[in-house]
Design a binder for this molecule. Structure first.
Ligand code: LMR
Length: 442
C-alpha cells in the first residue's frame, strides 16, 4: 500500500509514494520527478531524496567570474552598480548616516516584525508621495523586509493565504528569481508576453490580450520601472491601458520597484506606481533599496499593501506581520536604520539624490558609449536600442552559444539569455566589449 509522507522543509515537497522496491517516487514542487532510495532498517534518510541542484544562474555566474584567472575579464552579470574603477561603492550619504546610527545606538534589542516605524513611513512617502489618496484614506500598510526579495516572498505568502488558488502572472521574460520567490510558497505561476528579444520591442498587444483572459482575483507582477532583464518599460499610455485591464478584469497589481531612481528620477520612477494605486482597490508593492542606496548586502526593503479600506488594511497588516514572524521573525535593522536616517535629514537626502543621479548618469553615458562603439564595430545600427532602454540591463539579443563564446573566448560574462549589466561597461573596456560583441553576434 502506498504511504504518504510529508517532508519538511516544504520546498522539497510533498507526497511521496513507496513503490515497494526500496524507492520512493514523487514530484518536486518545481515539477521534477524523482525516485529516492531509502534504507529498509526502520529509519529513513531525510536527505536521500535531494538531488544536487545547479547553482542559481545569477549567483552561479558571480562565482564563475570571480574564479576566472584571466587578467582581462568583464563582469556584465550580476545587477550591481559599478563606478568607473569597477567598484560597487558605499555611498557617501550612507557612510555618514551609518556613523551617526552607530554613535547614537544604545541597544540591539528587538524592534518587531514590522521593522522600524519611521522607515516604513518614509518608504511610503518616497514611493506613494506625501499626499497620496491611499495614505490619506489609511489604506496603505508597510512592512520593512529583508530586501526586495523578502517583500516579494511575504507578498506571495499573503496572496497564498488570501486566495490559495489564485495565480500570479509574470512577464516573459522576467528576473530569474521571481518564479522561485513567488512560486516557492506554492502559488500557481502564469506568464504574459512582454518583450521580443529579436525585434527589441515590447509585445504590448499580446500582453494586454493575455491579461484580458486572466481570471478575476489573479495577481499581475509588473516591474514598476527599469525592467529586469530587458530595460524596456511601459510608457505612460501603456500603463493607462494596463490599469484599465486590471480594473475591468478585477486583477490585483503586484508592482516590483527595485530600481527607483535608476530610470529617470525618484519621483519619475514612482509615477506609474502612484497612478496604478489611485485607480485600484488593492495592490502590493515590493520595494528594494539594494541598488538606489547601494545597501545590497544589508538587505533593506519593504512591502506596501493597499487594501480597500482601513479595516481591511489592518487585517491585511496582521497577516503580513504573522507571515514575517513565521519566516524570519524580524527584518535586520542596520541597513534600514541607515536608510531612515538619510530619509529623515533633508541635507542627507539631497546628498543621496545627487549620488543617485550620478549613478544613473554613468549608466546612461555607458549606454550611449557602447551604442556608438557598436555602430563603429558593426557598421550598422542594430544595437541602437541599447541607447534608449532604462536602468541597469538590456538584452543583447544574441544566442546562448554566442553568450558562451563571449565568456569562454573573451571572458565577458553575461546571463545566458544575453542580459548584460551596463554598469559593468567602462571607458576602459568598451572597445574590447564592442569588438567582442560584433565578432560573436548571432
Ligand atoms: C540581478 O538581477 O542581478 C540582481 O537583482 C541581483 C540578484 O539578486 O539577482
Amino acid at each position: 500500500m502506498d504511504k504518504a509522507y510529508t517532508l519538511t522543509p516544504a520546498n522539497v515537497i510533498g507526497l511521496l509514494s513507496d513503490n515497494g522496491d526500496g524507492e520512493f517516487s514523487g514530484q518536486s514542487r518545481y515539477g521534477q520527478r524523482y525516485n529516492a532510495p531509502y534504507i529498509r532498517q526502520g529509519r529513513y534518510l531525510l536527505f536521500q531524496s535531494l538531488d544536487r541542484l545547479t547553482p542559481d544562474t545569477i549567483l552561479g555566474l558571480m562565482a564563475q567570474f570571480r574564479a576566472d584567472p584571466a587578467p582581462k575579464k568583464v563582469d556584465l552579470g550580476v545587477g550591481v552598480y559599478r563606478d568607473l574603477s569597477g567598484n560597487t561603492p558605499v555611498l557617501n550619504c550612507v557612510r555618514k548616516a551609518e556613523r551617526e546610527v552607530l554613535a547614537a545606538q544604545t541597544s540591539k534589542s528587538y524592534i518587531g516584525a514590522a521593522g522600524r516605524e519611521e522607515f516604513n513611513h518614509a518608504v511610503e512617502e518616497l514611493v506613494l508621495g506625501a499626499d497620496h489618496a491611499a495614505r490619506r484614506d489609511r489604506r496603505a500598510r508597510t512592512l520593512q523586509t529583508p530586501g526586495g526579495c523578502g517583500a516579494l516572498r511575504v507578498g506571495a505568502e499573503l496572496i497564498k493565504v488570501a486566495a490559495p488558488g489564485a495565480a500570479v502572472h509574470l512577464s516573459d521574460p522576467t528576473w530569474g528569481n521571481h518564479a522561485p520567490l513567488l512560486g516557492g510558497c506554492g502559488l500557481k505561476l502564469e506568464r504574459y508576453p512582454y518583450y521580443d528579444a529579436a525585434t527589441h520591442e515590447l509585445r504590448f498587444e499580446a500582453m494586454i490580450e493575455r491579461l484580458e483572459a486572466a481570471p478575476a482575483g489573479d495577481t499581475v507582477l509588473i516591474h514598476a520601472c527599469c525592467h529586469n532583464p530587458t530595460g524596456a518599460d511601459l510608457d505612460s499610455q501603456q500603463w493607462q491601458a494596463v490599469v484599465q485591464v486590471l480594473q475591468r478584469r478585477g486583477l490585483v497589481p503586484f508592482l516590483d520597484l527595485a530600481y527607483q531612481g535608476f530610470g529617470s528620477s525618484l519621483e519619475g520612477d514612482a509615477a506609474a506606481v502612484r497612478m496604478v494605486v489611485e485607480r485600484v482597490p488593492e495592490a502590493l508593492i515590493a520595494v528594494s533599496f539594494s541598488k538606489n542606496l547601494g545597501l545590497y548586502r544589508e538587505r533593506v526593503g519593504a512591502l506596501i499593501a493597499i487594501s480597500e479600506n482601513p479595516v481591511r488594511a489592518d487585517a491585511t497588516q496582521s497577516h503580513m506581520l504573522q507571515i514575517a514572524r513565521s519566516i524570519y521573525s524580524m527584518p535586520p535593522d542596520h541597513g534600514a536604520a541607515i536608510a531612515a536616517a538619510i530619509f529623515a535629514d533633508p541635507q542627507r537626502k539631497n546628498e543621496w539624490i545627487q549620488e543617485l543621479e550620478a549613478m544613473r548618469g554613468r549608466i546612461q553615458d555607458m549606454r550611449t558609449l557602447l551604442t556608438d562603439r557598436l555602430r563603429q564595430a558593426t557598421g550598422n545600427d542594430a544595437f541602437d536600442f541599447i541607447r534608449t532602454q532604462r536602468g541597469m540591463f538590456s538584452l543583447l539579443g544574441v544566442s546562448r552559444a554566442a553568450v558562451e563564446r563571449l565568456r569562454d573566448k573573451h571572458h565577458i560574462y553575461m546571463l545566458s539569455d544575453s542580459r548584460m549589466n551596463l554598469a559593468g561597461i567602462m571607458p576602459g573596456n568598451v572597445d574590447y566589449v564592442a569588438e567582442a560583441f560584433a565578432a560573436e553576434r548571432g
